[in-house]
Write a protein that binds this ligand. Structure first.
Ligand code: SF4
Ligand code: F3S
Length: 110
């Protein structure tokens, strides 16, 4: 089992989640974070920290976000660890309620 970062994070990247993770398993891309499933200890404390409800336990993912399990596993291999919160992306407020943001995902490292 693991926890998974999903679409609402894209173009927002609030990073509140990073501040509470006890094992530093968040990885940073240019406009999204993901969770390394090999490092996550399933504590769940990050879930309530995310202002846009982007994080779910793997087995409770809404259907529309099921593909994010694989995406987190894949991208976490290429992105660097982030272990300190930072400012959200400049357009975060503008994009926090936007849906269907997957096409806006930048797969470059953050
Ligand atoms: Fe980190 Fe716990 Fe969230 Fe996993 S569930 S990413 S270990 S805070
Ligand atoms: Fe993303 Fe939410 Fe963390 S927007 S960076 S999962 S606090």
């Amino acid at each position: 089992m693991t926890f998974v970062v999903t679409e609402p994070c894209i173009k927002c990247k609030y990073t509140d989640c990073v501040g509470v993770c006890p094992v530093a398993c968040f990885k940073e891309g240019a406009n999204m974070l993901v969770i390394d499933p090999d490092e996550c200890i399933d504590c769940g404390v990050c879930v309530d920290e995310c202002p846009v409800t982007a994080i779910y336990p793997e087995e409770e993912l809404p259907d529309k976000y099921k593909s994010y399990t694989e995406l987190n596993a894949k991208l976490s291999q290429n992105w660097p660890t982030i272990d300190e919160p930072k400012d959200p992306l400049a357009d975060a407020e503008e994009f926090k309620d936007v849906e269907s943001k997957l096409e806006m995902l930048d797969e470059n490292a953050g």
